[in-house]
Write a new protein. Structure first.
Length: 361
């Protein structure tokens, strides 16, 4: 336990020490967030706040783990998850910033969303492209199609590839084909283990990204989640994983100092993708794949509200929430941003404790 605290505190002080350097670079190179005009009007004052500060958490955790907590059996995969998903986040954040700068300069080089007529697919070559076009159109209709930067289908394909690597590693390299359920034990999945793991991987990292919409919200929830995972790992005698989670908690606490309302910096997709991927991989290594979604219950609420809102609108039934994801619904209902964040942290703590309890049943 002493070692866990040392890693958490060491990570906090290390991250806090070089945070001003990173923040200065973000300001200097104008790595700034563009606020949605369709969002709550109170968010417009955040226009221009630097993003991609999730690099503080990701790089600090990777450096400390490589230097002091490198274990082939326990920390190689979480470190790789931070790195690969973090690179995806950098691509997404960077492409948005780049294309928005082009738009501001009057040089809009973005493409037009997919629309095809029936006659187009009478040609055999075009007909063979139909599954791919339908895949792209699905994400446009779902609302994940972004007119700038990486498209929804492009992001999801890259997420699938990352998730497929981890699922294949667990299945073929480690020989895993089961999920552990409280009270029931191990549920055999056979070959369905791989597609289910890939789906849950993409679901989880996207749920974290969607939650990152209020100052301190995602960072605080992730600190709770990794803290609970550290406790589970410690009591399962997986010390390397426990120390990795403690390292992430320390870095998150340093980040939160600059991300509390009013935020000086935002996490960006580089942070939400990397931490979501790392949390999922840690959950798998602990055989708490299903409980991870209870521990991160707020993340599930957020993405569920987004899906419900989009589905309701597509079916012509109007909005279910004033705005999705659900944290914006409470804002538009009159709650101050800080109240939404604190209440979600409180509920997130309850979810984390429930998951912790069920981990030992």
């Amino acid at each position: 336990m002493v070692k866990l605290l040392l890693f958490a505190l060491g990570s906090f002080f290390f991250s806090f020490a070089w945070a001003p350097v990173l923040i200065k670079l973000l300001y200097r190179f104008q790595i700034r967030e563009e606020i949605r005009r369709s969002g709550p009007s109170t968010h417009l004052v955040k226009q221009g706040t630097p993003t991609m500060a999730g690099l503080l958490i990701v790089l600090s955790a990777i450096v400390i783990s490589l230097l002091f907590n490198l274990s082939r059996a326990e920390t190689y995969l979480p470190i790789f998850a931070l790195l690969t998903a973090g690179i995806l986040g950098v691509l997404e954040d960077g492409s948005k910033i780049y294309y928005k700068s082009l738009i501001r300069e009057g040089r809009d080089e973005t493409s037009v969303p997919f629309y095809r007529g029936f006659a187009y697919y009478l040609n055999l070559k075009n007909f063979l492209k139909l599954p791919w076009d339908l895949f792209r159109e699905f994400f446009r209709v779902l609302g994940s199609y972004d007119s700038i930067g990486l498209r929804g289908y492009q992001k999801y394909l890259l997420q699938i590839l990352i998730g497929l690597f981890f699922a294949a590693w667990f299945y073929f390299k480690l020989g895993w084909d089961t999920y552990w359920l409280p009270l029931l034990g191990y549920l055999p999945l056979a070959v369905f283990y791989i597609p289910l793991t890939v789906f849950l991987f993409t679901l989880f990292i996207n749920s974290v990204a969607i939650t990152d919409g209020l100052d301190g919200l995602a960072g605080g929830l992730l600190a709770q989640l990794f803290g609970v995972l550290a406790i589970v790992a410690f009591f399962q005698n997986q010390l390397g994983l426990a120390l990795f989670c403690a390292t992430v908690v320390g870095s998150l606490l340093a980040f939160l100092y600059f991300n509390f309302y009013p935020a000086r910096v935002f996490m960006g997709n580089v942070g939400s993708h990397a931490l979501g991927a790392a949390a999922f991989v840690v959950g798998c290594l602990l055989h708490k794949e299903v409980l991870l979604f209870l521990m991160g219950g707020i993340f599930m609420m957020e993405i569920a509200s987004d899906v419900i809102q989009v589905a309701s609108k597509r079916m012509g039934r109007g909005k279910v929430f004033l705005m999705a994801p659900i944290h914006h619904h409470f804002e538009l209902s009159g709650w101050p941003e800080t109240k939404v964040t604190m209440r979600f942290w409180l509920l997130g703590t309850v979810f984390s404790l429930l998951g912790l309890l069920l981990s030992f049943i």
